[in-house]
Design a protein around this ligand. Structure first.
Ligand code: TZP
Ligand code: IFP
Ligand code: MG
Length: 219
């Protein structure tokens, strides 16, 4: 997908699985999209996450909600699920398989890769990644096995290295710090709990979008 279109879609990238939600996942997603979330990733991970059948059923239900709202639907890790649902894209980590092989198997899909430094970023882009997920920027209790918290510096380093590809920051991002994440060089913010744990996901999404837009204007 064209860089600029994808950069616009990365503004408020909501990620969620059944474990991350306070309320019913479908309801949380509906509200997040209503509030202005621009992209969605279904990430069913962690202790006690859904069984494959339950996961497939929830994925289908969430995909329909994204379709209704004309927001691309991305699957985390599970390429078979992505293919069986004909989802819009896949997000993978450094240890989720050979990137070149995955890229060639889904040439027309959005492919996102988690990276933690310039070297991983350049490798991912060479292999055909469409966007990079960079983090954890701040402390997070949502994912227990993250790399060390890196702060804004990694975003600045990637841009200083001449990387112009779409980048989204992730990890402990909220309305309070979203502006700085954009200023540091990200095209958007990716959040789980700031929306999924909020009593009003619609308000959470719109607040994040407003801070991201302000950050983009200031660059
Ligand atoms: C999936 C992932 N990758 C790096 S941090 C993280 C969790 C982000 O969750 P939150 O937005 O609640 O900090
Ligand atoms: C671990 C992850 C890191 N980044 C992203 C994204 F925000 F999509 F780039 N998603 C993930 N699941
Ligand atoms: Mg992964």
């Amino acid at each position: 997908m064209e860089y600029n279109t994808l950069k616009l879609q990365l503004k408020v990238y909501f990620i969620m699985g059944s474990l991350n939600c306070r309320a019913e996942p479908e309801l949380v997603l509906e509200q997040a999209l209503k509030g202005g979330a621009t992209l969605f990733q279904y990430r069913e991970k962690g202790e006690g996450c859904l069984s494959p059948d339950q996961k497939n059923a929830l994925a289908l239900s969430l995909q329909k909600i994204c379709g209704k709202n004309h927001v691309p639907f991305i699957i985390n890790d599970d390429i078979d699920l992505m293919i069986s649902l004909n989802a819009d894209g896949l997000h993978i980590g450094q240890e989720d398989g050979d990137l070149n092989q995955i890229r060639s198997s889904i040439p027309d899909k959005i492919l996102g890769v988690s990276v933690h430094n310039v070297e991983e970023a350049e490798d991912a882009l060479r292999a055909g990644a469409d966007y990079l997920g960079v983090g954890p920027i701040f402390d997070t209790s949502t994912k227990m096995d993250t790399r060390d918290v890196m702060g804004f510096s990694v975003l600045k380093e990637l841009r200083a290295a001449g990387i112009t590809a779409p980048i989204v920051g992730i990890g402990g991002i909220s309305e309070e710090n979203a502006f700085e994440v954009i200023e540091a060089g990200a095209d958007g913010v990716s959040v789980i709990s700031a929306i999924s744990q909020h009593v009003n996901p619609e308000k959470a999404a719109s607040g994040l979008l407003e801070r991201v837009e302000k950050g983009l204007e200031s660059k």
